[in-house]
Design a protein around this ligand. Sequence first.
Ligand code: NDP
Ligand code: OXD
Length: 319
Amino acid sequence: MPAKSPVIVDLKFIPEEVETALKGAFPDREVINRADAVHDNRDLSGIDYAVVWKSAPDLFDRAPDLKVVFSGGAGVDHVLTLPGLPEVPLVRFVDRSLTTRMSEWVVMQCLMHLRQHRTYEALAAKREWRDLSQPEAADVTVGIMGMGVLGQDAARKLSVMGFKVVGWSRGKKAVDGIETYGGDELDAFLARTDFLVGLLPLTPETQGIFNAGLFAKLSRNGPFGAPVFINGGRGGSQNEADILSSLDAGILHAASLDVFEQEPLSPDSRFWQMPNVYMTPHVAASSDVKALFRHVEQQIARLESGQPLQHVVDKLAGY
Ligand code: NDP
Ligand code: OXD
């Protein structure tokens, strides 16, 4: 039997987590972890598989014979923009742990805004004991842009918490208990939305979609008057100058941002000082590296036994 192809691992994750996850992973084949300097001059030709997250741009030059590229995350914009991406299937990471993490983040942000957590923190810092009038989840309609794997799970979990939920996606979805809108119904969707959640991939169509024009179309009938913007998708989909000016002008009440146009976010960014903005450093749904390697093993096993790969990206659509 011919030897099984090695797997190239090129992941800009926490290096120790990758090392630990690699122990016991891919037991039947060699692993070339590009974080390991011993592989610096290694010939990567003839290798079938690579698992990548923010790979060095020379990857496809160095490894010209790849048969499948696996994204280390659910998003693939970081792969689609790499020079020399070969005409082979690109498989994205779809996994229970990742989906659960994103829904935790989304539900947490919605609850923190609903429960006016920042205001209570500020009161606590002044040792001031004061109650604020308290809307409930049922008073808020959360609108999710991007009703894919992550959007649909977040929608269900927000519903369980009592929020009214509406969803928007390119193709209209049927999700139990959730009112959904298709691509050409954006304005009607926005008019319903008090808390806007972005869970879109970054594509030419979604670049800069979260801008002043869109914020102006959101509902102003929610409990805080102005709407809240929450983005866990990609920073390239948001116009940060517009978010800042909309917050300044009271067109937006508050925001939660996990992703930014430039990452890491500059220490000079005004976002750091804004009391009504929650920020996290692109960690809303980090990949569990062990689960990622299990998923890659399963997909390779499918391919090598003649079954179709799952979660293959439509490169034309960009996600
Ligand atoms: P999916 O591919 O499952 O879902 C994408 C959704 O976006 C689909 O509903 C799709 O519509 C919709 N969509 C795409 N383009 C458009 C458009 N032009 N107009 C309207 N709707 C559109 O992706 P996931 O849910 O798995 O992930 C979503 C994104 O979340 C990822 O691409 C990634 O960028 C981001 N992400 C961020 C993380 C973080 O830690 N911050 C972690 C993981 C992911 P349709 O259903 O009709 O195809
Ligand atoms: C992803 C991410 O796409 O973590 O999975 O951003």
